[in-house]
Design a protein around this ligand. Structure first.
Ligand SMILES: [Zn+2]
Length: 243
């Protein structure tokens, strides 16, 4: 299909430049230690409740999430996973949160986000001699965008590729943005909390098994501001601590 071919070509044009930025940020080691912000230093997320007239969207595949529904991968991915390079998940027993760490861009519309996801998938599945990672598919299972939408990434029946040597039984969730340079939007935070709580219940994952990338491997991911939020939401009177 010409549309598809043109889009692929456009993406490939930016692939080499973006690939380095994309993965360097996630693997970069932070020079100093980070200090967690207290919950009230962080943009306060008013809890979003479904109002009477608002109907939960039908959710696809294996997610029971109903806050705003999960957008299925067919709405953004131009190809399925390469099954010759992929392992089965065999159950979820932990969850890891990431940021993309790329230079921030405006991601407002679904088309903006779909393009960004396809770019990330192209880098993750690209040939290694083209600065790609030669992975089976996008590395993450779900993606939260700045408007609070949740997108399906790699199908959960497959093991992800998001924490080096620690992908077994590990559900990977990417929040789009660079949280060393930005604060997550309240929409993204609300969606992340609600989605994490939902998946914790679904897979019986306790809050002590919800990690950020830097808590497993030396990396700046998920950025200072999201790391601080994750510390707050999992402790004390934080949302996830009570989920
Ligand atoms: Zn990461």
């Amino acid at each position: 299909m010409p549309d598809f071919v043109n889009r692929r070509q456009a993406i490939r044009g930016g692939l080499v430049v973006t690939a380095g930025l994309l993965l360097a940020a996630c693997q970069r080691q932070r020079a100093g230690g980070w200090k967690p912000m207290s919950a009230d230093q962080i943009e306060g997320p008013p809890r979003r409740e479904l109002s009477g007239g608002e109907r939960p969207t039908r959710v696809p595949s294996d997610s029971g999430f109903t806050l705003g529904g999960v957008i299925p991968r067919r709405e953004w991915a131009s190809a399925g996973p390469n099954l010759s390079l992929i392992n089965p998940m065999n159950g979820v027993r932990r969850i890891t949160v990431h940021h993309d760490g790329m230079p921030p861009v405006s991601l407002r519309t679904k088309a903006d986000v779909a393009h960004r996801l396809e770019l990330i998938r192209s880098v993750h599945t690209g040939r290694s001699d083209d600065n790609g990672r030669n992975w089976a598919d996008i590395g993450y299972h779900y993606i939260v965008d700045p408007q609070g939408r949740v997108w399906e990434g790699r199908p959960v029946r497959y093991q992800g590729a998001h924490v080096k040597q620690n992908n077994e039984n590990n559900l990977g969730i990417l929040v789009l943005g660079n949280f060393d340079e930005q604060r997550p939007t309240s929409e993204a935070i609300n969606a992340l909390d609600a989605f994490l709580a939902d998946r914790m219940r679904a897979y019986r994952v306790p809050v002590t098994r919800v990690f950020t990338h830097q808590e497993i491997n030396p990396t700046a991911c998920p950025g200072f501001n999201l790391q601080s939020y994750m510390v707050a939401t999992r402790s004390g009177r934080g949302y996830l601590a009570r989920a």
